[in-house]
Design a binder for this molecule. Structure first.
Ligand SMILES: NC(=O)c1ccc[n+]([C@@H]2O[C@H](COP(=O)([O-])OP(=O)(O)OC[C@H]3O[C@@H](n4cnc5c(N)ncnc54)[C@H](OP(=O)(O)O)[C@@H]3O)[C@@H](O)[C@H]2O)c1
Length: 314
């Protein structure tokens, strides 16, 4: 197990949970944070904030200094065109690789991709995550790397799935995906355990791991809403064409008002895909990891608290 880990994306939904878990496990974490904003929950004695950006090579050098592993979790999840995703998801990866490769003893890289990378033609986001993976794979054996492909991740501070789950809790099931679609989910804390195991098993290299919460053969939206609220009465199936119109309108509005949209036509294409089921067999076997938080438990916690469970005490 390394003692000092560099982490990008420490201010984000997943990166923040990873930072807390690694600190709690006794690792020294050097976290890249873009703005100089204070993140009170990261006020842990094992956490060192490195102000910087994926495009600032000097800050990246400072970040990886003395670290034997880099967890690269920073990425852009919002945007409508390829150009929105290129800087963080592709150039950012290239910069991380460059800085790691220039170290006298290059650190091992654990890179956050996405299940979306399996289907790069669906959306600019999916394309950018695949391109990021390709850059890493091109390193071949010259750098030690692992790629993790999470499915949809939920948990405290998530801004994508949580509103939909909360609507379900109130009795309205909004079906956004394909009727026949199946998908995997994972609670953010199960994902943090994947990273801990990957850090521990430091001989594993050149591997891509898909992960999930252990629900066999994937969820349908119906089965998820059944868990959220068995009493649910109102099911709203939004037609694909209407979803596309909402995505398109959001893209136009984002250009007018200058924000990065989450719900786009690309997202609609991703939602329409029928197979987002992870195959976590390799992760289980090679990392000796298994998910611990079934959807029922993850949701129970999500609906009652805004903070992580962090129930595994080291
Ligand atoms: N959430 C999911 O369901 C999911 C599923 C599969 C894969 N992933 C992947 O997991 C990773 C984290 O996602 P998330 O959901 O945690 O997203 P998030 O909450 O938007 O966090 C993204 C993080 O990346 C940082 N970042 C982005 N561009 C950066 C740059 N140029 N320089 C430095 N930092 C930068 C952000 O910093 P700021 O706080 O300054 O913006 C933030 O800390 C991403 O790579 C995403 O593709 C997420």
């Amino acid at each position: 197990m390394p003692t000092s880990v560099a982490l990008t994306g420490a201010s984000g939904f997943i990166g923040h949970a990873i930072a807390l878990r690694l600190c709690q496990a006794g690792l020294k974490v050097r976290g890249l944070v873009r703005s100089s904003r204070i993140i009170p929950s990261l006020d842990h004695s094992n956490f060192t904030l490195i102000p910087g950006d994926l495009h600032n090579i000097e800050s990246l050098k400072k970040l990886v200094q003395g670290c034997t592993s880099v967890v690269h979790c920073a990425g852009t999840v919002r945007g409508s065109k390829r150009i929105d995703f290129i800087p963080s998801n592709i150039q950012g990866v290239a910069n991380i690789l460059r800085v790691c490769g220039s170290q006298p003893s290059p650190p091992r890289i654990i890179h956050f991709s996405s299940l979306a990378a399996r289907e790069p033609s669906l959306s600019p986001y999916a394309w950018s995550k695949r391109e990021g993976e390709l850059l890493i794979q091109q390193e071949g054996e010259s750098l030690h790397w692992i790629i993790v492909r999470p499915p949809a991740v939920y948990g405290p501070k998530d801004k994508a799935l949580r509103p939909l789950f909360q609507l379900g809790k109130k009795g309205i099931a909004l079906h956004l995906g394909s009727k026949n679609g199946k998908f995997s989910l994972i609670h953010v804390e199960d994902l943090t355990e994947v990273i801990l195991r990957a850090l521990e098993r430091n001989t594993i290299r050149s591997a891509i791991f898909e992960v999930d919460d252990g629900f066999p053969n994937g969820y349908s939206w119906k089965s998820v809403f059944q868990v959220i609220n068995p009493e649910i009465k109102i099911h709203v199936r939004v037609p694909r064409r209407f979803l596309w119109l909402i995505g398109k309108s959001n893209e136009i509005l984002s250009r007018v008002f200058g924000y990065m949209p989450l719900f786009t036509t690309g997202k609609v294409a991703e939602l329409g895909h029928v197979n987002w089921v992870s195959d976590s067999e390799d992760a289980r076997q090679q990392l000796g990891w298994s998910p611990q938080i079934p959807l029922e438990e993850g949701l129970r916690h999500l609906f009652t608290s805004d903070s992580l469970m962090l129930r595994t005490k080291d």
